[in-house]
Design a protein around this ligand. Structure first.
Ligand SMILES: [Zn+2]
Length: 381
């Protein structure tokens, strides 16, 4: 997750997070409901009641986004794909799938699952009421407003341009028709760019002609969509190439290891002669126990360096990334929110350290993939 994302927990092993943009939207929704919609719909309602009802609505709003994304993720799993993270953000959410669907059918099912869930939720009796303000007595206008909002949002999400769900559906259909996934991706990505341009242009026009702030809102959404669509177009070909790379393809075998039983001082004398900043730490019987960086060693007070062992200061595999050689590179790229100096990936084969992947190796693989070159392990000196 990016630094702008707040972790919210886990559901069925899927990590859930929220981007600041969606939290602002939820806050804005609560504010509008509490200060405008509820007081107007039910005059005389006391502010604390309005605010608590508004807070419930904001939570239900986030929950409905989450249900939508969970449906994408669970369908991906049913299609044999990995689903690890969901990030809620301005345009709804993103179920991050490290693996690409292998068939147009799987792509279509995964893309359509979210909108299908939203349609089902919108038809759920009482849902609109809770969402819009059934809690505040007589908040019918709130209910109506939120429902309209929901309908508008789901309709928008079905427009034919990636990264919107409609774009993913378009991509799957174009894939089926042309038999060429790359071409299908370009078609859907161009669709997204076109939509973004229409939104920005149309929004500006609405704002300039009518002075309505809804126009500016369209510009903001179009602006986000523009970046997302561009990203789809640029990243898609290299993502395809990256999805085929395994850790074994890029790892450095027989890396220099730090003996976990050494003291910090004892190891410093060795490390000073080596060109590395991070080291895999191994136990006496050769098992990998973590990653240690010079930065971590520098934080050990000088007086205790002769009595502190590396094992006790290193980052444990729960905090750094350790995986078998066949781990897809995409899985690691999705998780490298690791701090500099601890971002060494341990490749572990049957309990033994088979190799390491440094941030430079990851960057090299990404860049080679973007250049369309085959990614191979560098010749070892
Ligand atoms: Zn969706």
């Amino acid at each position: 997750m990016t630094p702008a994302t707040f972790p919210l927990g886990r559901i069925a092993g899927i990590r859930i997070g929220a981007h600041w943009s969606v939290l602002i939207i939820a806050g804005l929704l609560a504010y509008l409901l509490a200060t405008n919609v509820f007081p107007a719909g039910a005059p005389g309602t006391r502010p604390p009641l309005c605010w608590s009802a508004a807070a419930v609505c904001a939570v239900v709003f986030l929950a409905s986004l989450l249900v939508h994304e969970l449906c994408h993720a669970f369908t991906a799993r049913r299609c044999g794909l990995k689903a690890e993270r969901i990030t809620l953000w301005l345009l709804g959410g993103a179920a991050e799938l490290p693996e690409e669907p292998r068939t147009p059918r799987a792509a279509l099912l995964v893309a359509a699952a979210g909108p299908a869930a939203s349609v089902a939720l919108a038809g759920f009796p009482g849902y609109g009421r809770t969402r819009g303000g059934g809690v505040a007595a007589g908040g019918r206008r709130g209910a109506h407003l939120a429902r309209l909002d929901e309908r508008g949002a789901s309709g928008f999400n079905l427009l034919p341009g990636t990264p919107l769900d409609g774009g993913r559906v378009t991509e799957a259909v174009a894939w089926k028709v042309t038999g060429d996934h790359d071409r299908a991706r370009r078609i859907a990505g161009r669709g997204g760019q076109l939509l973004a341009a229409v939104l920005v242009g149309g929004g500006m026009w609405v704002f300039l002609v009518t002075g309505s702030f809804e126009g500016l809102w369209l510009v903001v959404i179009g602006w986000f969509l523009m970046f997302a669509a561009r990203n789809e177009l640029v990243a898609a070909p290299s993502r395809e190439a990256l999805s085929r790379i395994r850790l074994a393809d890029i790892m450095t075998t027989s890396p220099v290891t730090a003996p976990g039983w050494y003291t910090v001082q004892g190891f410093l004398d060795l490390a000073a002669e080596l060109p590395f900043r991070t080291f895999p730490v191994v136990s006496f019987d050769g098992q990998p126990v973590g990653v240690v960086s010079l930065g971590q060693l520098a934080r050990v007070p000088e007086t205790t360096r002769t009595s502190t062992r590396l094992e006790s200061v290193c980052t444990k595999p729960t905090a750094c990334f350790a995986g078998p050689p066949e781990t897809p590179l995409m899985e690691v790229l999705g998780r490298t929110a690791l701090r500099p100096g601890q971002d060494l990936v341990l490749v572990v084969d049957h309990g033994v350290l088979a190799g390491v992947v440094a941030p430079g190796d990851l960057a090299r693989a990404v860049e080679l993939a973007a250049l369309g070159a085959r990614v191979r392990r560098p010749a070892e000196s």
